[in-house]
Structure formats: structure tokens, C-alpha cells
Design a protein around this ligand. Structure first.
Ligand code: DSN
Length: 423
């Protein structure tokens, strides 16, 4: 029997990753160790439950692994409680919703069209289907969160939970303002830090832990780890919902969240992925990672500046984190067309709605860039200027196959000089 075509396709994808410029803000490249753990024999193990209290035998080793993952995540984020089992950020958020809300309860998040996330109340997602979403937005003038409108909407709508976090917002958050808005109406405050979690862990951005009741994140974006999610509490607290333990004591929020992950929303945890999370956290605790994440920010600011110098309009005028959202109106090209043309030149990014967009989510007026992945490839500020030039040339002449082919050659040559994948 010949080799399964799947392995040929994996090799093809590997070559695509090696030769292109990866600007998708939610992607990154993991280390050899993270990859080894994710592809290990731990995939064979069922371990429903938690370390020391499982529903299967033979869990002694995975118990140790999961506990190490929990302990490292606690150290990395200064959290008192961590659940490392969510398979993804969406799963982590679903568990928090289950823990804190009843079907139909109101929840307030940043509008998806203003940079928010699908799981923060979008009408096509469980969060908007099962619960009643209301939204806050960014200002049209400066692209920054309108904190006054957010507080006013909270006062008027009285959501049971407020969510801070986004997938296309390039500025830091004023968590204190969200805390005040939540306290005024007795709402739970949740932060989804999936995008900037690496910058937060290393103290480069404001820390949500002391302001937000519950914090969720993915592990594969700026954190540079395996795909996955987790839930954290800066400090555990008595749940405000009245659920009691069999002994009649009020359950702690950590207990409710654990139950909401398993058995609430998931079955067996992916112990191979949990082991890869543990490796990720060890790497993120290192000084090497600090150097990396500082460079991610420097690169984002260099790319944003170089794009602005070439006439691109960046929403909010720049970035505090690893990403930027570009309004393409003045370049007379849609997000969809720009994504396609850049793709032909081996520059991968995604079309993205911009705030107050006049186009549909399938067309869009914007594109989103992030620097987490290119920084892992070893690119520095001077390379960001080259990338801005490539993008500028492609966007100026998106139908010109000769131009696209020329840029593609230059992109491949730049990336061939930055090796990836030793395995
Ligand atoms: N889809 C991810 C992103 O690209 O931001 C978030 O889940």
C-alpha cells in the first residue's frame, strides 16, 4: 500500500508555510517540542475528569502532565485557578457561558463588525442563539472603544455578563472602566484575551486578572503554542448563582467552571494537546520568549508605520499589540480582492470587516495583519518595511499577474533565508 495521500498533502502544506509570509494575526509556528508533544502517544488516552479524580484507569501519567500544565499556566498569568481542558477558545467561552448564564440571559460584548468575536454574542453562534446579546462599539472617528457608550448600554440593558476582548482590535483595554460598568449593574466581567495573551503574560499590555472575574484565552496565537483554549481566575470566588455542593456549601466559581467544561460542554480531554500546552507555557515563561514577544510588538509598530507612510489607513492610527486592521477604501480595493491578490504573491492574510463597514462580511472593506508568525520566522523591523512595499505593490495592481509573480519570487526568496521546521 502506498503512502496515504494525507501525508503528501501535509508536506504540501508544510512547503506553503515555509515559503510564504504569514500575516494572519491568529496564527503562529510552534516549536519542535510543542509539535512532538501534540503528536505523541498521549492521543491514545481517555481521561474524563480532572487530575486525581478521573472516570478511567491508567491516568497516573496524564494526571501529572495536566497538573504541570495547570501549574505553569498559573505562574505565567498569575492566576489562582486554571482549567486547561478546553479544546479551543470557542469551547472555553461556551463553558463560561454555561457556568454563568441561563438560556435567554443578556450578555454584552464588542460588536463582531467592530472587531469583536463570533463567540461574544454573534447571531450565528451559540452565544447569540442561546443567549440574548447586546453590543458596545468603537468610535467612528478614532476606532477606539467608546467606553461611555459601553457603560451606558450596560446601565440600560443590564446584561448578566460583560465581555472584554476582540479579534480585530489593535488597542489595549481600560479594564477598570469595564469593572466599574459591571459593578454598577452586578454583572460578571469576563475577558477573552486570546489574541494578546502573550503580550499580557509578559507585562507588555494591561493585566485583566485583577479586574475581570473570569479570563479565557487560546494558546496558539501570540502565546505561540498548540491550538487550544483555557479558562483562568485571577482569584477564585464564591459563585453568585447559589449552586451548592452536596454538603450544602456554596460552590466556588472554580468548581462551577470545571463542571461547565467537563461534563458540561466536553467529554474526554485531549491529553496530547494538554501536554503541548504545558510545553508552550514553559517556553512562554522563558527570557527567550520575552525577547520574542517584545519583537512582535516592535514589528507590528514598524509594519503599521511603514503602511501608513505608503498611504494605508490603519483603524485607530496604529497598534498597541501584534495586529492592525487596515481600511482599504482609499486604495479602491475590497478586502476580498486584496486577500486574493496577496495570496497569489504568497502573502497570507484575511479579509476583515472594519467598523461601520459598508460591505458584507464576505467582501469587506478591510484586511487584518498580525506579526506573531513572521516574528517567529526571525523577521525584524527592516523586513516589515519590505513587507509594506510588497503589500503596497500588490494592492496597487491586484490584477497584474506579472507584478504578483515578481512579488511572489521576492517573498519566497526572503522566507527561504529564514528557515522553519527542523523536524
Ligand atoms: N478566528 C480567530 C481569529 O482569526 O481571530 C479567532 O477565533
Amino acid at each position: 500500500m502506498g503512502q496515504d495521500i494525507i501525508f503528501d498533502l501535509i508536506e504540501k502544506e508544510k512547503q506553503r508555510q515555509i515559503k510564504g509570509i504569514e500575516l494572519i494575526a491568529s496564527e503562529n509556528f510552534v516549536s519542535e517540542e510543542v509539535m512532538k508533544a501534540a503528536g505523541s502517544v498521549l492521543t491514545n488516552k481517555y481521561a474524563e475528569g480532572y487530575p486525581g479524580r478521573r472516570y478511567y484507569g491508567g491516568c497516573e501519567v496524564v494526571d501529572e502532565i495536566e497538573q504541570i500544565a495547570i501549574d505553569r499556566a498559573k505562574e505565567l498569568f498569575g492566576a489562582e485557578f486554571v482549567n486547561v481542558q478546553p479544546h479551543s477558545g470557542a469551547q472555553a467561552n461556551a463553558a463560561v457561558f454555561l457556568a454563568c448564564l441561563n438560556p435567554g440571559d443578556k450578555v454584552m460584548g464588542l460588536d463582531l463588525a467592530h472587531g469583536g468575536h463570533l463567540t461574544h454574542g454573534s447571531s450565528v453562534n451559540f452565544s447569540g442563539i442561546t443567549y440574548s446579546p447586546v453590543f458596545y462599539r468603537v468610535n467612528k472617528e478614532d476606532g477606539r472603544i467608546n467606553y461611555e457608550e459601553m457603560a451606558e448600554t450596560a446601565r440600560k440593558e443590564k446584561p448578566k455578563m460583560i465581555i472584554v476582548g476582540a479579534s480585530a482590535y489593535s488597542r489595549d483595554y481600560d479594564y477598570k472602566k469595564f469593572r466599574e460598568a459591571a459593578d454598577e449593574i452586578g454583572a460578571i466581567l469576563m475577558a477573552d484575551i486570546s489574541h494578546p495573551s502573550g503580550l499580557i503574560a509578559k507585562g507588555i499590555l494591561n493585566d485583566p486578572m485583577s479586574y475581570c472575574d473570569i479570563v479565557t484565552t487560546t494558546t496558539h496565537k501570540t502565546l505561540r503554542g498548540t491550538r487550544g483554549g483555557m479558562i483562568m481566575l485571577g482569584q477564585d470566588f464564591e459563585n453568585p448563582f447559589g449552586q451548592k455542593t452536596p454538603k450544602g456549601e456554596l460552590k466556588m466559581m472554580s468548581q462551577i467552571l470545571d463542571s461547565a467544561v467537563f461534563p458540561g460542554t466536553q467529554g474526554g480531554p485531549l491529553e496530547h494537546i494538554i501536554s503541548a500546552k504545558a510545553v508552550t507555557f514553559k517556553e512562554a515563561l522563558s527570557d527567550e520568549y520575552l525577547t520574542y514577544i517584545v519583537q512582535v510588538l516592535k514589528n507590528a509598530q514598524a509594519l503599521s508605520k511603514a503602511l501608513i507612510e505608503r498611504g494605508f489607513e490603519i483603524i485607530s492610527g496604529g497598534t498597541d499589540n501584534h495586529l492592525m486592521l487596515i481600511d482599504l477604501h482609499n486604495k479602491n480595493i475590497t478586502g476580498k480582492a486584496a486577500e486574493k491578490a496577496l495570496g497569489k504573491a504568497d502573502i497570507t492574510c484575511n479579509k476583515n470587516m472594519i467598523p461601520y463597514d459598508d460591505k458584507s462580511p464576505f467582501i469587506t472593506s478591510g484586511i487584518r495583519f498580525g506579526t506573531a508568525a513572521v516574528t517567529t520566522r526571525g523577521l525584524k523591523e527592516e523586513d516589515m518595511i519590505k513587507i509594506a512595499d510588497f503589500v503596497n505593490e500588490v494592492v496597487a495592481d491586484p490584477e497584474n499577474e506579472a507584478v504578483l509573480a515578481k512579488i511572489k519570487t521576492e517573498v519566497n526568496s526572503l522566507m527561504n533565508s529564514r528557515p522553519l521546521f527542523q523536524w
